[in-house]
Design a protein around this ligand. Structure first.
Ligand code: EPU
Length: 447
């Protein structure tokens, strides 16, 4: 078996998935999902919380991290910066030296775009940082202009050469008023992590409001930072002279994984209780399911979603939080594909999100796209076929669409799913799906 990716066995995670070159999940359609599913910490929070740890010398612990490939890569990014990182169960224990390194190389950054989030904290601590540019990916072009202009306003000198972004602030950063053109999650985080140790007050207007941003602010404040306005569009950060102190912080539950199970439940006319996620973080997504005909019972850090009828079509528009999450777009398209009537689905965040529509069409979905709109005419059943995952969310969306298809659906390149969904196959099996995962060797061709 070929394997690539991180080697999570080196320090901890002896049972973490090894990745084969060609890997498939095979599901049999027709199951009705039923039972409980436990959701772990949010990938998009945990990755950044690990970078937050860089801001304080000593041992920080990020608890409730999901056991996924991306976390193992982030651990490797931090090790190359001189940190001692242990992944133990669902904890990342990060020991940060007095002077962490200041470089993140392309071999890791290209495998984990999110490693760009070390830019802010390293600039704050070292006054110099050199991080490889991540490049594009399958969900579209993803710029860094707002990260760069925000840090520049705080006094950083930034240049790009040989595929790296280089930022320096030898005299330290200073507070600034920063307006973001768009509430970018990554730019808000980088600016935030740089501002906590800057001289003076930084105000970020049109900041991202995601629960993961709130999580980061909570960890930073526990370390001694002074941030107000977390969860609103205006973040006010009063720089502190430092040093910040290491802390133990528990990652917020993964609303995208929770939302994925909620959509899967309704698409299969099932009854699923999702635990470990606060339903208020999925307000619009769950309200759409209610409009589609499902019953939603919110609880304390859990919710139940059930229906016995075919869902009705609903129109969905993705927007920054608290709007409908772009990461649930594949699930919205899946729901629309099996719903009664037609739905209009609009994507506003990533220009490449509809890339996987061709794979959905292979499953018999009736979807037409025009720019960032998709018109979907629901079908009673889809039709099982071999398809290919193109990113984390599309991968999960295709497997779930396969649950509503006649016969067997085989989703290839499911290492994408490993990047965001721990125990995906085991969870599906527990919820009543006939599912298996196989690693198929890459075909070779003789001449
Ligand atoms: N953008 C720019 N310039 C910038 C920053 C962003 O043009 O300086 C654009 C991007 O090109 C994109 C849009 O703004 O079109 C949104 O980008 P944003 O910065 O908000 O997203 P991100 O930080 O790159 C995070 C998540 C994504 C999630 C988005 C939106 C992480 C590691 N990634 O990305 O998650 O879709 O926010 O909520 O936190 C995933 O988990 O599968 C995933 C893609």
């Amino acid at each position: 078996m070929h394997s690539h990716g991180p080697h999570p066995t080196r320090r901890g995670w002896a049972t973490a998935p090894t990745i084969a070159r060609v890997d498939v999940i095979r599901v049999k359609g027709g199951a009705r999902l039923a039972g409980d599913v436990m959701v772990g910490g949010a990938k998009n929070s945990a990755l950044k919380l690990m970078a937050v740890a860089l801001l304080a010398e000593g041992r920080s612990v990020v608890a409730n991290v999901p056991r996924i490939t991306d976390i193992a890569i982030m651990a490797e990014v931090l090790r190359r910066l001189g940190c001692d990182v242990t992944l133990d169960g669902t904890e990342a224990v990060i020991d940060v030296p007095a002077e962490p390194g200041s470089e993140a190389d392309y071999d890791l950054v290209r495998r984990l775009r999110a490693s760009i989030c070390v830019l802010g904290p390293l600039l704050a601590r070292r006054g110099y940082v050199r991080v490889a540019l991540p490049g594009g990916d399958m969900i579209g072009s993803r710029g860094l202009d707002m990260h760069v202009s925000g840090l520049a306003r705080m006094g950083a000198e930034i240049s790009g050469e040989h595929g790296f972004v280089i930022a320096s602030a030898p005299g330290g950063l200073h507070g600034a008023k920063i307006w973001l053109d768009f509430p970018s999650v990554g730019a808000t985080e980088n600016i935030l992590m740089a501002a906590v140790l800057a001289k003076g007050v930084t105000e970020i207007d049109n900041a991202a409001r995601e629960p993961e941003i709130v999580d980061i602010c909570e960890m930073l404040n526990a370390m001694g930072a002074r941030i107000e306005g977390a969860g609103t569009s205006t973040l006010v950060i009063e720089g502190v002279p430092g040093p910040l102190k290491p802390v133990r912080h528990t990652t917020v539950g993964d609303r995208i994984v929770g939302g994925t199970w909620a959509y899967a439940a309704v698409m299969t006319r099932g009854d699923v209780t999702v635990r470990g996620v606060r339903p208020e973080f999925l307000d619009i997504a769950l309200d759409k399911l209610a409009t589609a005909g499902a019953t939603i019972e919110p609880g304390d850090n859990c919710f139940r979603v059930r229906t016995s009828e075919r869902p009705r079509g609903v129109d969905i528009v993705t927007l920054p939080y608290p709007g409908f999450a772009t990461d649930l777009l594949p699930m919205a398209l899946g729901l629309a594909s099996v719903a009664e009537g037609s739905s209009l689905i609009t994507e506003n965040i990533f220009d490449g999100r509809f890339m996987f529509v061709n794979e959905m069409v292979r499953l018999g979905a009736d979807i037409r796209t025009d720019g960032h709109h998709a018109v979907v005419n629901g079908r009673d059943r889809l039709s099982g076929a071999p398809v290919r995952a193109t990113d984390i969310r599309a991968g999960a969306g295709l497997v779930i669409a396969g649950l509503c298809a006649d016969g067997v659906t085989e989703v290839g390149e499911v290492h994408h799913i490993d990047r965001g969904y721990p125990d995906f196959v085991a969870d599906l099996a527990r919820l009543g799906v006939e599912v298996e995962r196989t690693d198929v060797p890459e075909p070779t061709f003789d001449f």
